[in-house]
Write a protein that binds this ligand. Structure first.
Ligand code: F6P
Length: 462
């Protein structure tokens, strides 16, 4: 069987503290297990003298190849370019863009160093699947290492439109470097369209066609591959998590009040400030719900080394304080805001308990929590999903209550509507959403991407 080689900035080593976990990681690990091969990426550590070859680590049948970053690499590649340039532009937050040419050069240098390390691990015939915005330039550098196999890339974030991309210095070089891949996968058809339009605008020599983009004598396939979840696994873990100590404590603490739940990394793209303002409007204008509901927002700290994340954290502390000062009573807190993480089973158990899932990012590639909320819900009395139109998931989950997160008045009204929605309508919407989740689940995502990539290999074989 063909080996699979995955590369991404974070590597999901099972059972390891701090490693990326969750449905997506599980799906990729399964694919890795099926194909054999290895997963290459950052070991999460800073070291001033990273070895020239990656450290190999076995976890059962899974193989990982890991490397450290120097402090200067971490600052330039991860903080500076990936998270202070690409992330804000890709999430339509131009006021947070901080470009620095040195950071861009470090971003390229890390990709080049990683290509040298990874190149040595690749065997002829391997399927190579690179993930996310940290590693856009990896393909070109792998080619310099003599790697000839087709290279697949999947972008987990949204792809920006022309007007956003125009603000990113080096945008033409970024596009050219993306076009060194053979297959580029996006989350949604809209992201594909934005990419096609940007290529036509910034690289007029490229020819667009139904099967992809012709650029400098090569054909690059471009297609949407919306990520799904493992529906049965989520439902099973949620049922078990619902019985655990944390879930029981949560039920007791609610004293029969209904739970509105948000779960997001603490990131400015998640729209938490506007979400809290919308909730405050609900409490203000629909006073009958006061004391009847609790909004629990779980927002584990994220990217604390990036200055903008400190700013949003302070802003949220202030908004939460205002809401408490205004509406809390000695025996009721309207909002519970936690900046720590919980094990996946607890999170899924909490999602099962929630009457409303409130997922309102300002921009999101997909948002798997929205999908997990649906799969975690009990069939006999499912809750209601309120979902931002600006999350990729909204293109997949039509029967959710779709809102514009910038329109806090409508979000507040939609919350009021969801709180009184009857059982028949909730069931009808939930069943339709579950059908959609099952049709395009996580296995469908890995299979369809890898089959498309393997097809390219067959075509280009001599
Ligand atoms: O989904 C985007 C993403 O950047 C992933 O690549 C990453 O694992 C996750 O968000 C968490 O961010 P970070 O790796 O910067 O902590």
């Amino acid at each position: 069987m063909t080996r699979l080689v995955i590369a991404s900035n974070r590597v999901a080593i099972p059972h390891r503290r701090g490693a990326a976990q969750g449905g997506l990681a599980t799906g990729l690990l399964e694919a890795l297990d099926r194909h054999g091969g290895l997963w290459f990426g950052w070991n999460g550590r800073i070291s001033e003298n990273p070895d020239s070859a990656p450290t190999l680590q076995m976890e059962g049948s899974l193989r990982f190849a890991l490397t450290a970053l120097t402090h200067q690499e971490f600052e330039g590649y991860y903080v500076g370019f990936a998270n202070r340039c690409l992330w804000p532009v890709f999430h339509a937050q131009l006021h947070l863009l901080h470009y620095d040419r040195t950071a861009f050069e470090t971003y390229l240098a890390v990709n080049e160093r990683w290509a040298r390390m990874l190149g040595g691990q690749i065997r002829p015939g391997d399927l190579i699947w690179i993930h996310d915005y940290h590693l856009i330039p990896l393909a070109g550098f792998l080619r310099d290492q003599g790697v000839r196999a087709p290279l697949g890339f999947f972008l987990h974030t949204p792809f920006p439109g022309i007007d956003l991309l125009r603000a990113l210095p080096s945008q033409t070089e970024i596009l050219e470097r993306l076009l060194a891949y053979d297959l580029i996968g996006f989350q949604t058809p809209l992201d594909c369209q934005s990419f096609f339009r940007s290529v036509a605008f910034f690289l007029p020599e490229a020819q667009l066609s139904a099967d992809g983009i012709r650029f400098r004598g090569r054909l690059i396939r471009v297609a949407p591959f919306p990520i799904g979840i493992d529906v049965d696994e989520v439902a099973r873990v949620a049922r078990a998590g619902h019985q655990n100590r944390h879930s029981r404590r949560l039920v007791t603490s609610l004293s029969g009040r209904r739970l509105i739940l948000g779960i997001d990394r603490l990131d400015y793209s998640k729209g938490l400030a506007l979400r809290f303002q919308a909730y405050a409007r609900l409490l203000e204008q629909w006073a009958e719900f006061r004391r009847q509901i609790v909004l629990l927002q779980i927002a584990p700290l994220s990217r604390t080394e990036v200055p903008e994340y400190g700013v949003i954290r302070r802003e949220l502390n202030e908004i939460v304080g205002d809401i408490h000062a205004r509406y809390a009573e000695y025996d009721w807190m309207p909002l519970r805001y936690l900046t720590r993480g919980f094990p996946r089973s607890t999170i899924l158990g909490f999602l099962r308990q929630a009457a409303i899932g409130l997922i309102t990012p300002l921009r999101d590639g997909m948002n798997l929590v929205a999908k997990e909320f649906v799969a975690a819900q009990p069939e006999e009395s499912p809750g209601v999903l309120i979902l931002s139109s600006l999350a990729g998931a909204a293109q997949d989950l039509e029967e959710a209550l779709i809102v514009n997160p910038y329109d806090t008045g409508t979000v507040a009204r939609t919350l009021a509507e969801a709180l009184v929605m009857g059982l028949d309508e909730r069931r009808e919407r939930w069943r339709a959403l579950m059908d959609r989740l099952r049709k395009r689940d996580l296995h469908h995502w890995t299979r369809s991407f890898l089959e498309t990539l393997a097809g390219i290999r067959t075509h280009s074989a001599p």
